[in-house]
Design a protein around this ligand. Structure first.
Ligand SMILES: *[C@@H]1O[C@H](CO)[C@@H](O)[C@H](O)[C@H]1NC(C)=O
Ligand SMILES: *[C@@H]1O[C@H](CO)[C@@H](O)[C@H](O)[C@H]1NC(C)=O
Ligand SMILES: *[C@@H]1O[C@H](CO)[C@@H](O)[C@H](O)[C@H]1NC(C)=O
Ligand SMILES: *[C@@H]1O[C@H](CO)[C@@H](O)[C@H](O)[C@H]1NC(C)=O
Ligand SMILES: *[C@@H]1O[C@H](CO)[C@@H](O)[C@H](O)[C@H]1NC(C)=O
Length: 419
């Protein structure tokens, strides 16, 4: 034996000693002289097989960890007190034509844009027609002058009559002048059932209605969160005149996990309070995706038409659209912009992690009953019509609407990380 071999053998020996002393007894069994070669070979196979399984399990565990899995938890329970949703209400006429000096001309200008237009001969070189077409939009709304009193007759909160003027705040939307609940009054519902919420009697005056693509009469209504753009021209519920409605509301709150957890397929969500100011409604500090998309898209519409609408208080450097520009350029462009693939406008409007969904169930009845009609006409809440041109079912009549939470049940959906 030479010295080189000697040191080599020393190392092998030390190695063997180490293996035979290890607590992993599989290794000890491989090295044990007491066992036959066949048994030692079997032990070797076991140890290698187990080793591979161990590493595969570790790898899978780590891979699973880096994909950030989560559990979805649905909590359902009664809430003693629940913030009432924001309510936005629009009368289904963009302007009130009967307040203009030449109502017929205004009606014709809007009719020109409607689907009924092809069946009518409208003389566009008429002096009145041109005058109306060139009226700036803000001036038209000043003439139209829709006030809270024009829409609301009686407002009731939890069974108490309250001042409609304090309860409703005017707000310009793509449907004209609408009204939204005064958030500073902090409406909280503390009971369910139809006496625990908001009631109102509204007035529909179809004499002032325009006819455009939308030939409906009544109100449009949308429930949403205070910081949210209701986007009422694209969504909401119709309430018809002559009807009583009972709307029960169910609130569901969603809470997604922020980055690095994935919230919407391959997207991440943002915590609402992180992005604030600039990209939300001017009146709110909370970020809202719908407001963000609108302010991103509307700038292309304003540049394309070279004018702004009454809704665009943040783009004061552009001139106000005339009724003609609004009808022929702004409104159709905005509609196309919204129906197109929004991502082509390069808007960076991430989705939010926390939001509420208000599910509504609406049932309709007839309002008022025949005896109540007489009383309401005596009280001058419903105008008596002479000549029978309109029946009380279609004009001057009022939907009586009650909104309330149903069942006091509040669904809370959360996503919690798997640990
Ligand atoms: C349209 O109105 C203009 C001006 O009032 C008038 O000169 C013209 O004849 C009218 N055209 C038709 C087809 O009635
Ligand atoms: C709008 O109507 C209200 C009440 O009907 C009235 O007080 C106000 O002066 C009107 N505004 C304009 C600009 O005509
Ligand atoms: C909203 O409600 C507050 C609190 O009652 C009131 O001071 C305020 O005048 C209301 N806003 C409007 C526009 O009426
Ligand atoms: C919308 O645009 C994105 C990016 O430009 C594209 O990946 C997607 O396929 C488009 N979707 C539709 C429906 O056109
Ligand atoms: C969006 O970004 C792409 C690539 O940067 C650009 O080609 C396209 O014109 C942009 N779209 C708009 C509407 O600005």
């Amino acid at each position: 034996m030479n010295t080189e071999n000697n040191t080599n053998e020393d190392d092998v020996k030390k190695c063997k000693e180490l293996i035979s002393e290890t607590t992993a007894h599989g290794c000890r069994n491989i090295m044990s002289n007491k066992r036959s070669n066949f048994i030692r070979f079997l032990w070797l196979c076991y140890v290698i097989g187990m080793g591979i399984t161990l590493f595969a399990t570790l790898y899978m565990g780590l891979e699973n960890y880096w994909t950030y899995p989560f559990n979805t938890v649905l909590k359902i329970g009664p809430q003693p007190k629940l913030k009432f949703p924001m309510v936005t209400i629009c009368d289904l006429t963009y302007l009130r034509v009967n307040r203009f000096p030449n109502p017929e001309a205004v009606r014709k200008v809007f009719l020109r844009r409607s689907i009924l237009n092809s069946m009518m001969a409208i003389n566009e070189s008429d002096k009145g027609f041109i005058e109306v077409t060139n009226t700036p939009l803000d001036e038209a709304h000043t003439i139209s002058n829709v006030t809270v009193d024009d829409i609301f007759q009686i407002c009731i909160w939890k069974g108490q009559t309250v001042s409609c003027n304090e309860m409703w705040i005017p707000l310009f939307t793509d449907l004209g002048k609408c009204f939204v609940l005064n958030d500073s009054l902090n409406y909280y519902a503390d009971s369910d059932g139809s006496h625990g919420g908001l009631n109102f009697i509204a007035k529909i005056d179809q004499e002032g209605y325009i006819v455009d693509d939308n030939a409906n009469a009544g109100l449009k209504i949308k429930l949403h969160d205070p910081h949210e753009d209701p986007r009422i021209s694209d969504s909401g519920i119709y309430l018809n005149p002559g009807g009583a409605c009972l709307m029960s509301v169910n609130k569901k709150s969603y809470t997604f996990l922020p980055e690095p957890f994935k919230a919407y397929g391959d997207e991440y969500c943002v915590v609402n309070s992180e992005l604030s100011g600039q990209k939300s409604k001017p009146t709110s500090i909370k970020y809202d995706r719908e407001s963000c998309i609108r302010s991103c898209v509307v700038i292309y519409v304003i540049k394309g038409c070279n004018c702004r609408s009454v809704t665009d208080s943040e783009f004061l450097t552009y001139p106000m659209c005339t009724i003609g520009q609004w009808l022929n350029c702004y409104e159709p462009s905005l509609r196309i912009a919204y129906t197109r693939n929004i991502s082509q406008y390069n808007c960076t409007c991430p989705r939010v992690c926390e939001f509420n969904v208000y599910q509504t169930k609406l049932s309709l009845g007839m309002f008022p009953s025949v005896p109540a009609l007489e009383i309401l006409q005596k009280l001058n809440i419903i105008k008596k019509k002479s000549g029978g041109r309109y029946s009380w079912r279609t004009d001057g009549t009022v939907p009586w609407c009650k909104f309330h939470y149903s069942g006091g049940i509040h669904g809370d959906i959360s996503f919690i990380p798997v640990v």
